[in-house]
Every structure is written in structure tokens, then in C-alpha cells.
Design a protein around this ligand. Structure first.
Ligand SMILES: Nc1nc2c(c(=O)[nH]1)N[C@H]1C(S)=C(S)[C@@H](COP(=O)(O)OP(=O)(O)OC[C@H]3O[C@@H](n4cnc5c(=O)[nH]c(N)nc54)[C@H](O)[C@@H]3O)O[C@H]1N2
Ligand SMILES: Nc1nc2c(c(=O)[nH]1)N[C@H]1C(S)=C(S)[C@@H](COP(=O)(O)OP(=O)(O)OC[C@H]3O[C@@H](n4cnc5c(=O)[nH]c(N)nc54)[C@H](O)[C@@H]3O)O[C@H]1N2
Ligand code: SF4
Ligand SMILES: [Mo]
Length: 756
């Protein structure tokens, strides 16, 4: 039950002004959720209680909050907030707990860490953190990893969930992950291709769509290549090109064919800045294998008419500067790296890399950590896992990291459940005995969630500890559950900001119940583990040091008061402009010093699944897989407007306007006798869910979308009633390490009466 507090000047039941009882106060802070945004929130409080939330209303461009940020009040005061440390009473997953004291909880967790580390070795501790809200001081990935590094190390997980395919492509083609131009550079583009990219939904930098609007007003042509007609497409695009999931590399390569065969490639640019164009050209024109990669070749693969491919290619080649934005959604697939490499090759062929208004076919979203081109700050110390330090993996060379995922205590993120279930017998060097989970929606967010549930129930896993804010689907499996505060209950600095402003996150209210931040929890554990060096600085000291390292902020207290600091705007940042302007003095950090269309480091990997030039490779669970006989629909699992992953799922306001459904085309619905709103089964061999369908021609036939992040809610037969996309996904990764969230086959049918 949510109480609505009286707005200003409202009279109470006695006819007295509420203002005369106590004054409402507005405090600015920054919402920085797991969406890539950093938006201004004006939070009103009265008597220590949040009464309402508005957004930045200062000068343009405003850092406007979305509905999620504005409904945070329902999140903070949610009846399922965890308020006390809990100890499991029933079976794992049953959700029965008893309240214990913080001393009891922290003593137990510290004792278990010591016991498992000493009896089985640190590799038997699997730590998985993520971010929750993105901030420097309290994010699980910052504080818990640091503690466990000091405590002797742990099995850590590799594979960026978001964009390992893109990271692989960038590291092998450019030698760096710093490939992003700033969004304000859009106004310099004559054309923008949004390839599998929907920033009106997924944000990926506050104001991204504001800059798209500026570009459009200046006459920029905007195209969307996506199986769905997204909100961004509806609002901004001149043309929608629906494409079959997982086939993007084929279309990009066919566009390269049109450009090269028509003599429209930028020869001087290719000679000067790229390496290995000839090998790619031979493949594209069919000189290598006798198959010219024409639009007619790509049409049956992609479902895109040859004419559309040809016209788009010519338009792109002639519209320089043109920005091809390579969304990371298509890259989270079984051939993700080929798509990203092909997109970069196309940008190079048209000479669009390193020029204003062009693009490096940049992965649509930058890495979540500093340094960004615009946000400059001191960064709190991060430590290296000593298990990996003993034989360090080349963290800056991800493509090679994949060749020893089992070797250094590192697992790919898709292998967690297998590692717990099989341990040494599955080839991993240890049996996992302790699972430490913080700031991550485990197992809801993880591929093939049913396998994770099985893993969490397994008796060989001796202890599970979780930091959480709510009784999430995963929290029900914890042995000890530690209640966490929200970002409105502590001071911090917002982490995402590839935009041009800085966000201070003010503590607005006292932590609810006995909840603590992950930092406070780790301080308590450090004391018990005998690690005084962990607590050598207070949180306030760390934040002040960060600000001291920032050339754009003169005074910490003013920054704190502002909540959102907007420094003088600088010229747009254009990735690789130095390399293009003066290549002799600024080589690309690749073996050849150039953009490697033919990658030497891939060639050295000598893996037939990853060719040194970008190629289209048909993958498993595509339309031609024999599984398509039983499961003819391709599933994509997009990021959802009403949630940041699994976060905000429990906010009633958001649920009301954005319910979880499976999106299906009218052609596919008709074949199955489905009407809009019908309750349907969505299933494959890995799992099944029963949810309502939304019938719409905003998705192409042959494809369905179950937006990711809804909470797993199995009924007594194990059928998910919540619509958790990972009931259906496969726990597999592409040869380059991409998580395959968008490669899966399913069938949809009307649910039987007893299932509804
Ligand atoms: N509201 C909200 N915002 C978020 C998040 C969130 O959960 N909610 N999550 C944040 C995080 S951590 C990340 S990593 C990003 C993710 O951001 P993205 O990966 O960009 O988001 P998605 O919605 O998964 O995919 C983008 C688009 O790709 C399309 N698509 C899917 N498969 C294919 C394909 O094979 N080919 C083509 N051409 N298109 C395809 C989808 O229809 C969708 O419109 O978003 C961030 N922002
Ligand atoms: N099928 C499918 N699965 C996907 C994706 C997909 O596209 N499709 N996308 C993947 C991607 S790109 C990503 S990045 C991952 C994201 O996966 P996660 O990072 O695991 O997702 P979140 O839902 O953000 O999980 C954050 C959790 O931390 C909690 N939390 C929030 N703030 C705090 C805090 O201050 N302290 C603590 N201790 N806890 C807090 C929240 O309650 C929530 O349970 O999901 C991946 N999973
Ligand atoms: S949820 Fe994301 S987009 Fe929405 S207000 Fe918060 S940071 Fe901004
Ligand atoms: Mo992500």
C-alpha cells in the first residue's frame, strides 16, 4: 500500500495547512540506474520522508529523468524492501527466513568465507557482482570485489554481458575500446543508421534522443535496421528496415559488395588507414570462394529485399559524413563479433571513421567505467584478483582471454551454472562451495535460468550469501540475506557519464529499517576477516579525492549542493580524430598501427570459427537449424522501457503502463489463432512461460520478443508465470565471447484453459 503525501498548500483533515506542520524541502540528486543514464532528480522530502520526485528543470539541455527515476519513491518504500538481515529457514527457493542481528549475519558470512577459503582454496568461492545503481562508492562491483581480492581471491567471471562481441571486434580491429564519439556529434551527420539500436527505450546516455532530434531538425536522414519498429524508429526514422535476427553481418557485407563493385569505396582512405582490405574485398566480390556477396545473396538470409540493401548501400556511401551506430543487441548473439567487425569494415570503406559526423561503427554504448572523454575524475582504487595475478590474463586483450577461460580461475559468465553443477568433473579446477552475490539479479538475468536454479539448489554448494534490496527471485535462495540501502539513502557520485555533466548523489533520507550499503557491509566483513587496510579511508574521503582530480569542479560542497554539475560545453568528441588527422604520430594500437580489417591477432588465434576478416557465418538456432521444425520462431529479448534489467519490475506504476508481454506479428498470431491479449505459452526445450501476447506489426514475422528482466515466477509445475526471458535462452557464448541473449528458437501457442 502506497501513501500519497499531500502536495504543497494542501489542507489536512482538520483544515490546517500541511505546510504549517513542516516544510517540504527539495534536494537535487542524480539517478544513475543500470540503463546508462545519469539524470537529474529533484526529490521532495518532509519529515525525513520522500513525498514526490520531479526532474531537472534547469537550462537546456536538461538531464530529464524517465518514468523509472520519477517513480523511485515506490521503489524505496516498497513493502518488499528487505529491512533486516535474514537467515534461511526453509529449503532454498522456498522464501522462508528468520530475522537475525547484523552481528550474527556478518559473523556467519565471515566465518564461511574463511572456512571455504582455508578448506577448499579461494577458487571455491564464486563471486558475482554487477552494479545495481551505478556509483563509485557503493556499487557491488567496486566494493565487494575489492574486499574479496584482499581476502585471498575468488573465482571471477569474464565476458561483458552487454557487449563482449563488440569489445572483441574493437580490440581486434582498433586495438582499443575507446571508440565512441559523443552524442552531440550527431548534429554533424548527414545520415545516421541505427543498427539494432533503440535509445528512446534504452537511454544509453541521458539526452541521446535529444541529440537525435537536433540532428533530424538539421536535416539528417535516419534509418533503422531492426526486427522491431522501435519507439526510436517511430519517433525519428525516415525508414525502417526489418531484418532477421543474427543475419546482420550478411546485410553489411552485401552493402560492402554494392559499394566496392560500384567503385564507391574510399581508396586513398583505405590505403592510408586500414590493413587487409584486399582480403576482405576478395571475399566480398567472391574472388576467394566463387560466391559474390550480392544483395541477391543476402536477401534470402536476411529477409531484406535486395533492392533495399542496394539503395541503402548507395545512400550510405554518398552521404559522408554518415554515422553507422552498431547497437550492441545484435552483437549479443551466436555470431556477434562478425556483425560488429563487418560494421566497422563498412565504416572504414566509406571513410567515415575519425571524422566529425561519421562514426567508427561504434558499439552503441561505452564501457561503464572511467575514463570517459568528458568526465575526468580520480577513481577509487581497484585491486586485481590474486588468483589471476599469479598468472595474469591480458585484461586489455579480451580476444586472447577467451583461449583460457578455464585456466585462471576465470569462467565465462554463461558457464556459472555448469561450474557449480559440475565443478572439477566438468573441467573447472575447483568445486564451487560458496556463492557470493551482490548488486546483480542472479539468476534472473543469467542465460538459461532454470539451470541456475538447479545449481543454487545443489547440495554441493555449501553457502550462498546475497546483498539485496528486495525479496527477488534469487534472494529466495540465499542462506544469509543482507538488506541494502538505495542510492537515496547514502552519498555517492554517479558513475555513467559519457555525457558532459557530473552527478552527485545526495543522501536524501535515512536508510530504511536496518539496511546498510554494500560498503558498510564490507567494512564489517573486513573487520572480521582481519583486513584493516580495507577501511583505511572513509567514504567521504574517497568522494572528496575523486572531486579533487576533476578539472571541471572547483568545490566539493558546491557540487554536492548542485546535485548535477553542468560544466562549460566543449566541442564534440570525435573518436580516432587524432589517428586520421596525423596517422604518423598517432598510430592505431594494433599490430599494424592501422584499422585491421584483416586482424593479425585473430589470425594468430588460429580458430576456424573466427576468421581474420569479417564474414557471415550461419549460427545455431537460426531459421535453418533443424530445431526450427519444432520451434519456428526466432526469439529476441530486448531491454525494456519499464525496467533497468530486473530493477523496477516491482514498481506498480510502471507495471500498470508497461506490462510484460510477448510481442508477436499479426501473421504469426493468425497462424496460431491468437488474438491480442491472449494468454500464451512460449516454450522450447529449455523452459516455458505463460504470459499475455501483444499482437502487432511492429515486429517482423518469424520473430518474437520477450523483453528481458521480468521476474522469474515458476508455478508448482516449474512453468514461469513472470515472463523471465532467460527461461528460454541458451547458456552459450559466441567464439568471441558474446552472451547469446538474442539467439534462441521458440514456439508460441495459445495456453489451455487450465494453464491460464
Ligand atoms: N530502459 C532500459 N534501458 C537500458 C537497460 C534496461 O534494462 N532498460 N539496460 C542497459 C544495458 S546494461 C545495456 S547492455 C543496454 C542494452 O542496449 P541494447 O543492446 O541496444 O538494447 P536491446 O533492446 O537489447 O537491443 C537493441 C535493439 O536491437 C534489436 N535487435 C535484437 N536482435 C537483433 C538482431 O539480431 N539484429 C538487429 N539488427 N537488431 C536486433 C532489438 O529489437 C532492439 O530494438 O541498454 C541499457 N539501457
Ligand atoms: N535474456 C536476456 N538476459 C540478459 C540481457 C538480455 O538482453 N537478455 N541483458 C544482459 C545484460 S546486457 C546485463 S548488463 C545484465 C544485467 O544484469 P544485472 O546487473 O544482474 O541486473 P540488475 O537487474 O540491474 O541487477 C541489479 C540487482 O542489484 C540490486 N541492487 C540495486 N541497487 C543496489 C544496491 O545499491 N546495493 C545492492 N546490494 N543491490 C542493489 C537490485 O535489486 C537488483 O537485484 O543482464 C543480462 N541479461
Ligand atoms: S532510470 Fe535511467 S533514464 Fe531513468 S531517470 Fe534513472 S538514470 Fe535516467
Ligand atoms: Mo548490459
Amino acid at each position: 500500500m502506497f501513501l500519497d503525501f499531500a502536495p504543497e498548500e494542501h489542507l489536512d483533515f482538520r483544515g490546517e495547512s500541511v505546510n504549517s506542520i513542516s516544510k517540504e524541502q527539495a534536494i537535487m540528486t542524480t539517478c544513475c540506474s543500470h540503463c546508462g543514464g545519469a539524470c537529474g532528480l529533484k526529490v521532495y522530502v518532509r519529515d525525513g520522508v520522500i513525498t514526490r520526485i520531479e526532474t531537472d528543470d534547469s537550462e537546456e539541455p536538461q538531464a530529464r529523468a524517465c518514468l523509472k527515476g520519477r517513480s523511485y519513491r515506490q521503489r524505496v518504500y516498497h513493502p518488499d524492501r528487505l529491512l533486516y538481515p535474514l537467515k534461511r529457514k526453509g529449503e532454498r527457493g522456498e522464501g522462508r527466513f528468520e530475522r537475525i542481528t547484523w552481528d550474527e549475519a556478518l559473523d556467519k558470512v565471515a566465518a564461511e568465507i574463511k572456512r571455504v577459503r582455508d578448506d577448499y582454496g579461494p577458487r571455491s568461492i564464486l563471486l558475482k557482482t554487477s552494479v545495481g545503481d551505478m556509483n563509485f562508492l557503493h556499487t557491488g562491483a567496486m566494493v565487494v570485489d575489492r574486499l574479496m581480492c584482499m581476502a585471498g581471491g575468488y573465482t571471477s567471471v569474464w565476458g561483458y554481458f552487454s557487449y563482449e562481441g563488440g569489445a572483441f571486434a574493437e580490440l581486434t580491429t582498433y586495438g582499443t575500446l575507446s571508440t565512441q564519439s559523443s552524442r552531440d556529434d550527431f548534429v554533424n551527420s548527414r545520415m545516421i543508421i541505427m543498427w539494432g539500436w533503440d535509445p528512446a527505450t534504452t537511454v544509453q546516455d541521458t539526452n541521446t534522443t535529444w541529440w537525435l532530434a537536433q540532428a533530424k531538425e538539421k536535416g539528417c536522414r535516419i534509418i533503422s535496421v531492426d526486427p522491431r519498429l522501435t519507439d526510436t524508429t517511430a519517433a525519428f526514422a525516415h525508414q525502417w528496415v526489418p531484418i532477421r535476427p543474427g543475419t546482420d553481418a550478411a546485410m553489411l557485407i552485401a552493402m560492402a559488395y554494392v559499394i566496392i563493385s560500384g567503385g564507391m569505396e574510399r581508396k586513398a582512405y583505405l590505403d592510408r588507414y586500414t590493413h587487409g582490405f584486399e582480403a576482405f574485398r576478395n571475399y566480398v566480390l567472391g574472388e576467394e570462394d566463387g560466391i559474390p556477396k550480392t544483395p541477391a545473396w543476402a536477401e534470402p538470409i536476411t529477409g531484406v529485399p535486395a533492392r533495399v540493401i542496394r539503395e541503402l548501400a548507395v545512400e550510405y556511401a554518398l552521404s559522408r559524413p554518415a554515422a553507422l551506430i552498431a547497437g550492441i543487441g545484435p552483437g549479443r548473439s551466436a555470431g556477434g563479433e562478425q556483425y560488429h567487425r563487418a560494421a566497422i569494415a563498412l565504416s572504414a570503406i566509406t571513410g567515415n571513421i575519425g571524422i566529425p559526423g561519421g562514426s567508427a561503427a561504434q558499439r552503441s554504448w561505452p564501457a561503464g567505467l572511467l575514463p570517459f572523454p568528458f568526465m575526468v575524475m580520480g577513481v577509487p582504487e581497484m585491486l586485481t584478483n590474486p588468483i589471476e595475478a599469479a598468472a595474469p590474463p591480458p585484461a586489455d586483450m579480451l580476444p586472447l582471454r577467451r583461449s583460457w577461460p578455464w585456466g585462471l580461475g576465470s569462467l565465462h559468465v554463461s558457464q556459472i551454472a555448469d561450474a557449480i553443477l559440475k565443478g572439477k568433473s566438468g573441467g573447472y579446477p575447483a568445486d564451487i562451495k560458496l556463492l557470493y552475490i551482490a548488486s546483480t539479479g542472479y539468476p534472473n538475468q543469467y542465460l538459461n535460468v532454470n539451470k541456475h536454479v538447479q545449481a543454487m539448489k545443489s547440495a554441493s554448494l555449501e553457502f550462498i550469501v546475497m546483498h539485496e534490496q528486495y525479496m527477488t527471485p534469487g534472494a529466495r535462495f540465499a542462506d544469509i540475506l543482507l538488506p541494502c540501502s538505495t542510492f537515496l539513502e547514502r552519498d555517492d557520485i554517479a558513475q555513467w557519464s559519457s555525457t558532459w555533466f557530473y552527478g552527485y548523489q545526495n543522501k536524501i533520507i535515512e536508510p530504511l529499517g536496518e539496511s546498510k550499503s554494500s560498503l558498510e557491509i564490507c567494512n564489517g566483513l573486513a573487520e572480521r576477516l582481519g583486513l584493516p587496510e580495507y577501511t583505511n579511508k572513509t567514504g567521504d574521503e574517497v568522494l572528496r579525492e575523486m572531486v579533487q582530480g576533476c578539472p571541471h569542479i572547483s568545490d566539493y560542497e558546491t557540487f554536492k549542493k548542485q546535485g548535477l554539475h553542468k560544466p562549460e560545453k566543449e566541442a564534440p568528441h570525435v573518436a580516432f580524430s587524432d589517428q586520421i588527422r596525423d596517422p604518423e604520430n598517432n598510430p592505431f594500437p594494433t599490430p599494424s598501427g592501422k584499422i585491421e580489417i584483416y586482424s593479425q591477432s585473430i589470425a594468430e588465434m588460429n580458430d576456424p570459427r573466427i576468421p581474420p576478416i569479417p564474414r557471415y557465418i550461419e549460427t545455431w538456432e537460426g531459421p535453418n537449424d533443424e530445431l526450427a521444425g519444432n520451434y519456428p520462431l526466432q526469439l529476441i529479448t530486448t531491454h525494456f522501457k519499464g525496467r533497468a534489467h530486473s530493477q523496477f519490475h516491482n514498481v506498480p506504476w510502471l507495471n500498470e503502463i508497461l506490462p510484460q508481454t510477448v510481442l508477436i506479428s499479426s501473421a504469426d498470431a493468425r497462424k496460431r489463432g491468437l488474438m491480442n491479449g491472449d494468454t500464451v505459452r512460449v516454450f522450447n526445450d529449455r523452459g516455458e512461460m505463460v504470459i499475455p501476447c501483444r499482437v502487432s506489426d511492429r515486429i517482423m514475422p518469424g520473430v518474437v520478443d520477450v523483453p528481458q528482466g521480468a521476474w522469474y515466477a515458476p508455478d508448482e509445475r516449474g512453468i514461469d508465470r513472470g515472463g523471465c526471458a532467460n527461461v528460454l535462452t541458451k547458456d552459450a557464448y559466441s567464439p568471441g565471447g558474446a552472451c547469446c541473449t538474442n539467439t534462441a528458437l521458440v514456439e508460441v501457442e495459445k495456453a489451455q484453459l487450465q494453464e491460464v
